[in-house]
Design a protein. Structure first.
Length: 201
Protein backbone atom coordinates (compact mmCIF):
# COMPACT_ATOMS: atom_id res chain seq x y z
CA UNK A 1 0.00 0.00 0.00
CA UNK A 2 1.38 3.40 -1.00
CA UNK A 3 2.70 5.70 1.71
CA UNK A 4 0.84 9.03 1.80
CA UNK A 5 2.08 10.45 5.11
CA UNK A 6 5.63 10.80 6.45
CA UNK A 7 5.62 11.79 10.10
CA UNK A 8 8.65 12.85 12.08
CA UNK A 9 8.22 12.60 15.83
CA UNK A 10 9.47 15.17 18.32
CA UNK A 11 8.54 17.84 20.82
CA UNK A 12 7.49 21.35 19.75
CA UNK A 13 9.35 24.33 21.15
CA UNK A 14 12.78 25.90 20.73
CA UNK A 15 14.08 24.28 23.90
CA UNK A 16 13.80 20.83 22.30
CA UNK A 17 15.49 21.60 18.99
CA UNK A 18 18.61 19.54 18.50
CA UNK A 19 17.67 16.97 21.14
CA UNK A 20 17.93 13.23 20.52
CA UNK A 21 14.16 12.91 20.85
CA UNK A 22 13.66 15.40 18.01
CA UNK A 23 15.66 13.61 15.32
CA UNK A 24 12.37 12.77 13.57
CA UNK A 25 11.52 16.47 13.30
CA UNK A 26 15.03 17.20 12.02
CA UNK A 27 14.77 14.65 9.21
CA UNK A 28 11.38 15.75 7.89
CA UNK A 29 12.53 19.37 8.19
CA UNK A 30 15.55 18.53 6.03
CA UNK A 31 13.36 16.72 3.51
CA UNK A 32 10.94 19.67 3.34
CA UNK A 33 13.84 22.06 2.80
CA UNK A 34 15.29 19.89 0.04
CA UNK A 35 11.90 19.73 -1.69
CA UNK A 36 11.21 23.46 -1.28
CA UNK A 37 8.09 22.76 0.77
CA UNK A 38 6.51 25.20 3.23
CA UNK A 39 5.21 24.16 6.64
CA UNK A 40 1.72 25.23 7.65
CA UNK A 41 0.14 24.92 11.06
CA UNK A 42 -3.09 22.92 11.37
CA UNK A 43 -5.15 23.26 14.53
CA UNK A 44 -7.49 20.56 13.24
CA UNK A 45 -4.75 17.92 13.22
CA UNK A 46 -2.56 19.48 15.94
CA UNK A 47 0.35 19.32 13.53
CA UNK A 48 2.56 21.18 11.13
CA UNK A 49 2.02 19.95 7.57
CA UNK A 50 3.91 20.30 4.31
CA UNK A 51 2.98 18.79 0.95
CA UNK A 52 5.67 17.35 -1.33
CA UNK A 53 5.72 15.27 -4.49
CA UNK A 54 7.60 11.99 -4.19
CA UNK A 55 7.58 9.17 -6.72
CA UNK A 56 5.10 11.16 -8.81
CA UNK A 57 2.44 11.54 -6.14
CA UNK A 58 1.61 13.96 -3.36
CA UNK A 59 2.74 13.04 0.13
CA UNK A 60 2.10 14.89 3.39
CA UNK A 61 5.00 15.59 5.73
CA UNK A 62 3.77 15.79 9.31
CA UNK A 63 5.21 17.09 12.59
CA UNK A 64 2.73 16.43 15.44
CA UNK A 65 2.55 19.36 17.85
CA UNK A 66 1.00 17.38 20.70
CA UNK A 67 4.35 16.61 22.34
CA UNK A 68 5.98 13.24 21.82
CA UNK A 69 3.89 11.18 24.23
CA UNK A 70 0.63 12.17 22.48
CA UNK A 71 1.82 11.87 18.86
CA UNK A 72 -0.91 9.37 18.08
CA UNK A 73 -3.66 11.91 18.67
CA UNK A 74 -2.39 14.00 15.76
CA UNK A 75 -1.78 11.16 13.32
CA UNK A 76 -4.97 9.43 14.37
CA UNK A 77 -7.01 12.52 13.48
CA UNK A 78 -5.32 12.67 10.06
CA UNK A 79 -6.06 9.02 9.45
CA UNK A 80 -9.72 9.42 10.38
CA UNK A 81 -10.23 12.50 8.19
CA UNK A 82 -8.58 10.96 5.13
CA UNK A 83 -9.90 7.46 5.89
CA UNK A 84 -6.28 6.34 5.69
CA UNK A 85 -4.99 3.01 6.95
CA UNK A 86 -1.90 2.77 9.20
CA UNK A 87 -0.04 1.22 6.26
CA UNK A 88 -0.12 4.58 4.47
CA UNK A 89 2.01 6.17 7.23
CA UNK A 90 5.80 6.13 7.56
CA UNK A 91 7.10 7.37 10.91
CA UNK A 92 10.63 8.60 11.66
CA UNK A 93 11.78 8.58 15.28
CA UNK A 94 14.69 8.14 17.67
CA UNK A 95 15.88 4.78 18.97
CA UNK A 96 18.30 4.53 21.91
CA UNK A 97 19.10 0.88 21.14
CA UNK A 98 20.80 1.83 17.86
CA UNK A 99 24.19 3.53 17.58
CA UNK A 100 24.28 7.15 16.45
CA UNK A 101 24.25 7.37 12.66
CA UNK A 102 22.76 3.94 12.07
CA UNK A 103 19.12 3.15 11.40
CA UNK A 104 16.63 0.33 11.03
CA UNK A 105 13.51 0.02 8.90
CA UNK A 106 10.71 -2.14 10.26
CA UNK A 107 6.96 -2.50 10.30
CA UNK A 108 6.10 -5.01 13.00
CA UNK A 109 6.73 -4.78 16.71
CA UNK A 110 5.60 -3.04 19.85
CA UNK A 111 6.55 0.32 21.26
CA UNK A 112 9.86 -0.86 22.71
CA UNK A 113 9.51 1.59 25.57
CA UNK A 114 9.04 4.57 23.23
CA UNK A 115 6.04 6.57 24.46
CA UNK A 116 5.49 8.27 21.11
CA UNK A 117 5.22 4.92 19.36
CA UNK A 118 2.94 3.62 22.10
CA UNK A 119 0.63 6.56 21.40
CA UNK A 120 0.67 5.77 17.67
CA UNK A 121 -0.23 2.15 18.29
CA UNK A 122 -3.10 3.30 20.50
CA UNK A 123 -4.57 6.01 18.25
CA UNK A 124 -3.44 5.01 14.74
CA UNK A 125 -3.04 1.26 15.01
CA UNK A 126 -0.28 -1.13 13.97
CA UNK A 127 1.03 -1.48 10.43
CA UNK A 128 2.85 1.82 9.85
CA UNK A 129 6.39 1.78 8.48
CA UNK A 130 9.14 2.79 10.86
CA UNK A 131 12.45 4.47 10.18
CA UNK A 132 14.22 4.20 13.52
CA UNK A 133 17.19 6.53 13.79
CA UNK A 134 19.95 5.62 16.22
CA UNK A 135 20.62 8.21 18.91
CA UNK A 136 22.77 6.02 21.13
CA UNK A 137 22.36 4.56 24.58
CA UNK A 138 22.68 6.41 27.88
CA UNK A 139 26.23 7.35 28.78
CA UNK A 140 25.78 5.88 32.25
CA UNK A 141 23.26 3.27 33.46
CA UNK A 142 22.19 5.51 36.35
CA UNK A 143 21.39 8.40 34.00
CA UNK A 144 17.70 9.28 33.77
CA UNK A 145 16.31 8.25 30.37
CA UNK A 146 14.39 11.51 30.07
CA UNK A 147 17.60 13.49 30.53
CA UNK A 148 19.25 11.41 27.84
CA UNK A 149 16.61 11.72 25.12
CA UNK A 150 15.86 15.37 25.85
CA UNK A 151 19.56 16.17 25.84
CA UNK A 152 21.59 17.15 22.82
CA UNK A 153 24.25 15.30 20.85
CA UNK A 154 27.92 15.96 21.53
CA UNK A 155 30.04 17.53 18.80
CA UNK A 156 31.14 14.21 17.30
CA UNK A 157 27.59 12.86 17.27
CA UNK A 158 26.28 16.07 15.71
CA UNK A 159 28.82 15.71 12.91
CA UNK A 160 27.77 12.11 12.37
CA UNK A 161 24.08 13.03 12.16
CA UNK A 162 24.84 15.89 9.80
CA UNK A 163 26.92 13.67 7.52
CA UNK A 164 24.31 10.90 7.50
CA UNK A 165 21.32 13.21 6.90
CA UNK A 166 21.39 12.67 3.10
CA UNK A 167 21.22 8.92 3.70
CA UNK A 168 18.33 9.28 6.13
CA UNK A 169 16.44 11.33 3.55
CA UNK A 170 17.25 8.82 0.83
CA UNK A 171 15.83 6.05 3.01
CA UNK A 172 12.58 7.99 3.53
CA UNK A 173 12.25 8.45 -0.22
CA UNK A 174 12.95 4.76 -0.78
CA UNK A 175 10.18 3.85 1.65
CA UNK A 176 7.75 5.97 -0.38
CA UNK A 177 9.01 4.71 -3.72
CA UNK A 178 9.28 1.00 -2.96
CA UNK A 179 7.36 0.36 0.25
CA UNK A 180 8.81 -1.00 3.49
CA UNK A 181 9.46 -4.59 2.43
CA UNK A 182 11.21 -3.74 -0.83
CA UNK A 183 13.12 -0.91 0.85
CA UNK A 184 14.42 -3.32 3.46
CA UNK A 185 15.45 -5.82 0.79
CA UNK A 186 17.21 -3.19 -1.30
CA UNK A 187 19.06 -1.73 1.65
CA UNK A 188 20.16 -5.19 2.77
CA UNK A 189 21.87 -5.72 -0.59
CA UNK A 190 24.19 -2.76 -0.02
CA UNK A 191 27.76 -3.28 1.20
CA UNK A 192 28.09 -3.89 4.93
CA UNK A 193 28.93 -0.29 5.83
CA UNK A 194 28.11 1.80 8.88
CA UNK A 195 25.10 3.27 7.12
CA UNK A 196 23.38 0.02 6.32
CA UNK A 197 24.47 -2.42 9.01
CA UNK A 198 21.48 -4.09 10.66
CA UNK A 199 18.95 -2.31 8.47
CA UNK A 200 16.25 -4.82 9.27
CA UNK A 201 15.31 -6.82 12.28
Amino acid sequence: MAISFIAGLGNPGLQYQGSRHNIGFAIVDALAEEMGATWKSSAQYQAHLAKVTLSGRQVWLVKPQTFMNESGRSLGSLARFYKALPETFAVVYDDITIDVGRFKISVQGGAGGHNGVASLLSHLGAGFSRLRIGVGAKAHPEMDLKDHVLGGFDATEEATIRNKMPEFIKSVKLLVDKGAEDAMNLLNQKPNTTEVTNITE
